[in-house]
Write a protein that binds this ligand. Structure first.
Ligand code: SF4
Length: 262
């Protein structure tokens, strides 16, 4: 229960956040102007909270909301091409209740994972500045601290990989830094916890349309995450119950950049 309360409190702070005035005003302007294809939609147009199972053992870190994807729908990777590649993979791997992610009221639930980001407001050209990434980093740290069962982190792209490396350093983990490459891993320990970071190309349209990231390549990332969790269960660590609910601040009433998405 503690994790659920802590995570919900973080997401409420995220939605109210104004640390990056330019990003807030860009996200709001996109929401006002809208894309022709989504003219009938009411855009979210604010910082996008994470989507999660509070007992998550796997953290998936993207870069930032897409202007007409999660900035429109209010849920990470929902309503755009990246999500149409990510959620089917999560469903095949048992982390999502369904492959479709249409809007935040579509009934989709996550099991044993959280989807978060290095920056939580849609940036122009899908590219947050270094200062904007620094502004948003404390939320990632808070989420990490609120997830004591966390065991695996999947970095979608090199900026997410850098954010996770920074997080592990800040929390006193020892690890060989390594370089970003699809399928590369960091094994980190700090005496109390051990975390494995798995690097993946971002499921952006430009990576998936060009074949840089294929379905088998992406499935292999989540198979590896499952193998690490299964090994822990074999070693007697507590498994999380798959099938638990997910949360979104509103539903509880209810730029991956072109260059970064490698
Ligand atoms: S990007 Fe992060 S730090 Fe900046 S305004 Fe949005 S939520 Fe706040």
């Amino acid at each position: 229960m503690f994790e659920a309360n802590a995570l919900a409190s973080i997401q409420r702070s995220v939605v109210r956040c104004r640390r990056c005035p330019e990003l807030r005003s860009y996200a709001a302007r996109v929401a006002r102007e809208r894309k022709r294809a989504h003219r009938e939609c009411e855009y979210w147009g604010k910082p996008v909270p994470s989507f999660y199972d509070p007992r998550a053992r796997v953290m998936i870190v993207g870069l930032a909301p897409g202007a007409h994807g999660s900035n429109r729908t209010g849920r990470p990777f929902t309503g755009d091409a990246s999500g149409a590649f990510l959620y089917p993979a999560l469903h095949r791997a048992g982390f999502a209740s369904q492959p479709e992610a249409i809007d935040r009221h579509d009934g989709l639930k996550l099991h044993d994972c959280i989807i978060t980001a290095a920056a939580r407001c849609a940036p122009p050209k899908n590219k947050p500045t270094p200062q904007e990434l620094r502004n948003c980093f404390p939320y990632l740290l808070e989420e990490f601290d609120a997830l004591p069962r966390l065991r695996v982190a999947v970095a979608l792209g090199s900026i997410a990989f850098a954010a996770l490396s920074k997080l592990l350093r800040e929390r006193g983990f020892a690890f060989d830094p390594g370089r970003f490459a699809h399928g590369a891993e960091l094994a980190a320990e700090n005496g109390r916890r051990s975390i494995v970071v798995i690097a993946s190309y971002h499921p952006s349209r430009q990576n998936t349309n060009t074949g840089k990231l294929t379905v088998p390549m992406f499935d292999a990332i989540f198979s590896r995450a499952n193998a690490i969790l299964a090994r822990d269960e074999g070693a007697g660590r507590e498994p999380a119950a798959r099938g638990r609910g997910s949360a979104h601040p509103s539903s509880r009433r209810g730029r991956p950049s072109s260059s970064e998405k490698r």
